[in-house]
Design a protein around this ligand. Sequence first.
Ligand code: SF4
Ligand code: SF4
Length: 351
Amino acid sequence: MPKSLQAQHHNLADKATQLKILSNGIFADGQLPTFKEKIEPLNEYPLKPTSIEIFQVNVGYMCNQVCKHCHVDAGPDRKEIMTRETMQQCLDILRKTKIHTLDLTGGAPEMNPDFRWFVEEANKTGVEEIIVRSNLTIILANPKYHDLPEFFKKNKVRVVSSLPFYQADKTDRQRGEGVFDKSIEALKMLNAVGYGKAGSGLNLDLVYNPSGAFLPGDQAGLEREFKKELKEHFDIDFNSLFTITNIPISRFLEFLIRTENYEDYMDSLVSAFNPAAVKGVMCRNTISVDYDGHMYDCDFNQMLGLKVDKKAGQHISEFDLEKLENRNIIINQHCYGCTAGAGSSCQGTVA
Ligand code: SF4
Ligand code: SF4
């Protein structure tokens, strides 16, 4: 199995190196405008939050897969993991605030030994919605995960699953040999307990991201295509499809540089910049928390080590909703990924 950039001691495992690449070169010499220069004339700089509605908690970077484009640089060799104590701090915040959604991500969030405890306790806080971002194959990775569909159902969790394509070749190329077949089997297990079925109230959404250095196609069209193909060939049902643009950080940045696509890709993101998408970027209503309890404007800023503005307090132990809602969001050139075309967020397009 391939290793994470961190385990390879790759220079791009270093956040500062990634930030240098994003800040220098084509952006420093004026070939392309920086994101700041692009949003300043729209009166969107500094970028400000609306209200914090979503708490996205990354419970660890360990994953059973090592996908080529992973922005987390996750894999079986990553050991960073959230403790129950930090989870407890998150629960206290959910109890105290009007945040309506807890969005659990990783790595494979299910691999955190306290994952199930966290979900059950989160349900007791009265939070309206709990999302689990599942890579699907984890359900089959070990017998101890086989009952995850029942667990999700019992806890009324909304399952959001990545499936890059409805055919094996593209999916396996990006996520690893055999991933497609396992994902199909896991989707069937989720369908069997009611997920994705009309009237069940159990939501199963899929996430598509391009398998190369290009922007995703039209979300509604792709959803229709996925629904037709998955039903016809595998009798699988799901609710919505979210298209997500690959963000030029971590392993996707490594891919862009290795294949000499970095400059062209950034150029295509900048050319497709959509001012309307700036209004809907997810950092405006989300706080991202890492395994250690530090806070970021989004999961991408988390991976670049760009914590929220210092004045807002950078750790959940100093959580202050008012300060956070008035902070300036930290931006860099990777933000073009969220504002190209129809925009991109963890919930799909934004414009
Ligand atoms: S993209 Fe998701 S499933 Fe793939 S390695 Fe990263 S965290 Fe794991
Ligand atoms: S990368 Fe993060 S900070 Fe930048 S626009 Fe997207 S969500 Fe906001």
